[in-house]
Design a protein. Structure first.
Length: 157
């Protein structure tokens, strides 16, 4: 009996994981970090959205590197922008209150120390393997918004 239950669980789990489209989406562009960063800000604001917070990831890593035993440079620069869409967030949370965990949205822009001329724009896909059809549809709309912003910033409209 236990074996049957375990096998059923593994089959359902593997189906859920197989349907996972991947957690991160990234677009890249040759250019200057500052230019792509500014393009990302403009792309967010052009959708009528307000950036609530700008995080300087690279500065934090540089500041704390010695404290954690590694001063190896990872990025030329890396920043994150946090923002939300009142209308999309309301729809996602009306569809399923647990979708509050998907808000606010965050997008990062970075250039690595190894490839300083290649700038990346990335976001976490707002996706859940569970939830109702309404929840999945609402989260898909958020993903469309994030993807259009990332593509615009990376010059891949």
């Amino acid at each position: 009996m236990l074996r049957t239950v375990l096998m059923a669980f593994l089959m359902v789990a593997s189906t859920s994981f197989a349907a996972d489209p991947g957690a991160l989406v990234t677009y890249s562009k040759q250019g200057k970090f500052e230019d792509v960063r500014d393009d990302l800000k403009l792309a967010i604001e052009s959708k009528g959205l307000v950036i609530d917070y700008q995080s300087y990831l690279n500065r934090m890593l540089e500041r704390t590197g010695k404290d954690v035993g590694s001063a190896q440079p990872i990025y030329l620069d890396a920043q994150a922008f946090v923002f939300c869409s009142a209308s999309l967030s309301r729809r996602t949370m009306e569809a399923d209150p647990l979708n509050a965990a998907m808000c606010p949205y965050a997008m990062v822009v970075f250039a690595t120390a190894r490839e300083p001329g290649k700038v990346h724009v990335a976001y976490r896909r707002p996706w859940r393997p569970d939830g109702s059809a309404a929840s999945k549809a609402a989260l898909k709309e958020v993903e469309k918004l994030l993807d259009s912003i990332a593509r615009q910033a990376a010059g891949q409209k």
